[in-house]
Structure formats: structure tokens, C-alpha cells
Design a protein around this ligand. Sequence first.
Ligand code: LMR
Length: 334
Amino acid sequence: MRNFAIAASIAALALGLVGPASAQSPIIIKFSHVVATDTPKGKGAEKFKELAEKYTAGKVKVEVYPNSTLYKDKEELEALQLGSVQMLAPSNSKFGPLGIREFEVFDLPYILPDLKTLRKVTEGPLGARLLKLLDAKGITGLAYWDNGFKQMSANKKLVTPADYQGVKFRIQSSRVIQAQFKALSSLPQVMAFSEVYQALQTGVVDGQENTWSNIYTQKMHEVQKYITETNHGYIGYVVIVNKKFWDDLPADIRDPLTKAMKEATDFSNTQSQKENDDALAEIKKSGKSEIIKLTPEQDEMLRKAMEPVYKDAAGRIGQPLIDEFLKEAKSTTN
Ligand code: LMR
């Protein structure tokens, strides 16, 4: 009897009636990311999953892996290029090390004064042009997702530029961010996002820069005595897919996925600011970190101290691209 059952299963498999070769098997999209689910990116990924599965009537299954459960920062891009994972949303900073230097512009201090300017960049021809650069790396850029503006945290009070001297900061792998901390005479150290909490806790580094939502969901505020509200830089993401995977999808799958991505993007970008405001409120409520606000004079001092970063970046990415960003900022404020 048992032998008969095994033989029947083998026959069914051979005929393609059951198992992984079945025509009914959904297409799997593994969507890996490094942050918590309760963040702008985490919620965007969940929204995309919901809509993608709905609009393809279950022909696509999206598996979301948050919190670096599959890959850490650098590894996830390699995995996407190899096709081991299909979708990611790395921060803009992650593309410079991949050889697409133009993305370094997003890391320049104070380059994006507000979300309105950011939208003009990402939703306009400039944003589209930058996405196109990813093609050469076997990557298709689908959308820009917000996180928000970065704050500085440390175990000492960071008020004037002199306070940054000799402080060890965890940074993402970015030439611009490295130059930013060098301009402040700090000691930048590249580290994967998943390792930051422990590095702060054990004193491997003294401080870091990130958005309120990332600081709160990684519990960094529990191991940092002070957070200075600087809004000195921006963290946002490009949602990317393996180009071959995407191009090979039949149109009746790719089109509903494109629609799902558009709606997930609108959803994510509409609530990113609130996510960060809520995280700030929670950090304040916890009483674990003291939040420092800069006076306009102190803010100006920090801006001035970081100015050399522009010259450094222009040498690599060219002044014209920086000027294009600055022009958008000017036209928004005027
Ligand atoms: C970081 O590495 O600090 C961030 O880019 C993490 C993220 O994806 O928001």
C-alpha cells in the first residue's frame, strides 16, 4: 500500500500535477530590508505585499524579511544582483559603494531642506535619470521611498562643532558621510545597521546619526544619553528589483505589480513624516535620552563646519549635479 502511494506521488510529480513544478505555484518575491516593520520602509514593504498579492490574485507571493533577518547592508545588494532575493529598498547612501556615485549627492549635509524639495527631485526628471543609472548594475529602480531627516546622537552633548572632535561615530558606507564627520574632526567608522545598537551599548562607537524612527525602533535612545535635533541630512530609499527578474515577468504580472508599487509608495510617503514624529514623541516620553535643540546661531555654526563636504563631493560627482539639487531647493523656498 505504502509503495503504491509513493509511486503515485512520483507519477503525479512527473506529470507536473503537484509540487514546485506545478503551473499553479505563485511567483515568489523575497523583499529583504534592514529596518523594523514599524518604520516608514517596513510599513511600505507590508503595504506592497498586501497590494501585490491582491492585484495579481495570488499569482505573486511577497515574502518580507525585515530587520536584516536575511541579509545585512552590503550583502543584500550582492544577493539582489545574484538573484537570491528579488526586491530591496536600500538607502540612497548604499549606491555610491556600488559604483553609482551620483547617489552620493543625497548624503550631502542640508542639500534637501524639506520633503517638498525632495519630492521635486524624486518625482521629476532628475529622479528618473538617477534611477536609470541603476540599469548598468543589473538593477531596476522602481520608486523612491522616504524615511526622513537625520539627527545626531552621542553620550556627550553635541552643541557646537567643537563638541564633535574625537567622537567615534558609526556611519553608513558613504564617502560623503565620512567627509562630513572628518570635517567635524570626528572619527567615522563604517558599520552595518544591524550592529549599531550593540556597538553603542558596548562603547565600540560613541555616537551615530539617523532618523527618529530608526533611532526609536532600534532602541538606540536607550544607549545614548543625548540626541541633538539637527536635521542635517536625509535618509531615503530606492525600491529596487533584480532587472532580469523584472524584465522576464509577463506583462499581466508586471503591470499589477507596478500599480501595487505606485500605491504602496503613495501610502509610505504620506505617512513617513508621522512615523518620525511619533518616534520622537515616544523617545521624549521614555525619558532615556535628552533631546537638544540648537539655537539658530548653533545651527549656523554646524552648517558652516560641514561646508567643505560639498567641495570634496564635487570632485567625485561633479558640481553640475549638486547645482541641480540646489536649484530645486531654491525654487521651492522662493
Ligand atoms: C542606516 O544604515 O543607518 C540606514 O540606512 C538603515 C535604513 O535602511 O534606514
